[in-house]
Design a protein around this ligand. Structure first.
Ligand code: L3W
Length: 442
């Protein structure tokens, strides 16, 4: 019998949200609510399967990291040395700071036990005895809910010694960030956890070989751990039956900008941009000219039928010239100045650069930011756009971590898509799209 066709659209009658199934429901963050809805059954199943089989199950599910890189989760878990006798750590990267991304905060504030359960499962599979949840400093409410859920879980014997009689000991700690985007880069995050300045470390060695305190460590995003809970609950085949051949499962897509209903939508990977924007988010509020597909680090794509009909999976978005990233979709209206919009992002990266390496510190924080300011403030000169492109070529691929390259995504793509807007500012010192009143200014 041929295998059933995977679900690639929420219009498919077999579709049912799972990661966000309880978001928004009364007391969904409590242990009572979670257990009444089948909570902590997945971890029981994991204990029944055994640690190695859990890793196999995650591999079979086809789950890929939901923090932006899409690296195979089961493979990453299998990099941990399993019989070295050293302490192992797992870390949840909950430093969600990518402009356009806002999915993890609701997972934590509305369904923290789903994350805790996923971390117990991952800790068990990777022989870790301690897990850290590194939460973005601004997410005060989410951090409080996660802490409260950890206390509840500990009191119920779900954390601590001999969890549910399995013989497995596991503890969880919350660490709050202090407002720096670079702490979402996994090696900078580990430095920050160790009490050091959050400068990225060189890779390799990857964290599985030498991570937190130099010991084997695996770092996953909040959504990835939550997906692991659902995989252990419903099985690898269930997960692999959604999405596309290489991008399997459900994804939390976020949409912001000029749409009727901005927000987070849980849809199968492979859902098209058109379905997200028109069927779920209520359609654009005005004429658009560009789409940022997956968080601001991903190059902009033009607003046209071909892009709107592109499936949102890792391969298709890459083939269209960008990245799926975190699935944080942002729409840019036609009447907004693209140079000004890009300057906004460049300023963000310039401000968030840790300053460790010269291409990023001097190139992004100083030169690139000042070049955009010069253009937008009406002091442009012929040759400025070429200068930005030359700088971009000299920064790209030469920085210590991905932050500088991330900034170049919107810079290079916006120049390629809208050269006339840049040239107008460089030659006439006037924008083609002056500032105006917006939809939500009232
Ligand atoms: C062992 C190997 N492990 C790779 C591991 C590595 C990491 C994961 C992915 O960036 C992206 C970035 C942003 N042996 C390995 C290995 N690994 N090769 O796999 O690694 P990598 O280097 O591809 O990516 P990354 O440094 O984790 C993440 C993009 O996401 N992004 C930013 C998102 C920001 C947020 C946020 O604020 N929350 O999510 C958005 O698109 O540009 O490309 O664990 O150790 N041979």
């Amino acid at each position: 019998e041929p295998a059933p066709k995977p679900i690639t659209s929420a219009k498919d009658p077999r579709f049912a949200p799972t990661l966000y199934a309880y978001v928004g429901q009364d007391r969904s963050w409590t242990l009572d609510f979670y257990r009444q809805n089948g909570g902590y059954e997945a971890v029981q199943r994991a204990f029944g399967l055994g640690a190695d089989a859990v890793i196999d199950e995650v591999k079979k599910s086809g789950l890929r990291g939901r923090g932006g890189a899409g690296f195979a989760t089961g493979l990453k878990w299998s990099f941990m040395p399993l019989k070295d006798g050293k302490p192992h750590y797992i870390i949840c990267n909950a430093d969600e700071s990518e402009p356009g991304s806002f999915k993890d905060r609701y997972l934590m504030s509305e369904d923290p036990h789903q994350l805790i359960e996923g971390m117990i499962i991952a800790g068990y599979a990777m022989r870790a005895s301690v897990g850290y949840i590194y939460i973005r400093g601004e997410y005060v409410h989410a951090a409080e809910r996660v802490w409260a859920a950890i206390h509840e879980a500990r009191a119920a014997g779900l954390l601590g010694k001999n969890i549910l009689g399995s013989g497995f000991d596991f503890e969880l700690q919350v660490h709050r960030g202090a407002g720096a985007y670079i702490c979402g880069e996994e090696t900078a995050l580990m430095n920050s956890l160790e009490g050091l300045r959050a400068n990225p470390r060189l890779k390799p060695p990857f964290p599985a070989a030498a991570g937190l305190y130099g010991l084997p460590t695996t770092i996953n995003n909040v959504e990835t751990f939550c997906a692991a809970t659902q995989i252990l609950r419903y099985g690898a085949d269930w997960h692999a039956g959604m999405g596309t051949e290489k991008s399997k499962g459900m994804k939390l897509f976020q949409i912001s900008g000029g749409v009727a209903r901005p927000g987070v939508y849980e849809l199968p990977l492979g859902t098209t941009f058109r379905e997200l924007i028109y069927d779920w988010a209520g359609g654009p509020l005005e004429e658009m000219k560009a789409i940022i597909p997956g968080g601001s680090s991903c190059p902009m794509l033009p607003w046209n039928d071909k892009i709107l009909d592109t499936p949102m999976d890792y391969e298709s978005v890459a083939a269209a010239g960008s990245m799926l990233g975190t699935g944080g979709v942002t729409l840019i209206p036609k009447a907004d100045c693209i140079v000004n919009a890009t300057w906004n992002l460049v300023r963000f990266y310039g401000h968030e650069s840790c300053g460790k390496c010269t291409p990023c510190r001097e190139g992004i924080s100083s030169w690139m930011t000042r070049m955009y300011e010069k253009l937008v403030r009406g002091h442009g000169q012929p040759g400025d756009v070429q200068l930005i492109l030359d700088m971009s070529q000299n920064i790209g691929g030469r920085s210590f971590c991905a932050l500088a390259d991330a900034c170049l995504g919107p810079v290079e793509s916006s120049i390629k898509l809208f050269p006339e807007e840049y040239e107008a500012l460089a030659t006439t010192q006037k924008t083609l799209y002056p500032a105006r009143k917006r939809w939500r200014d009232e």
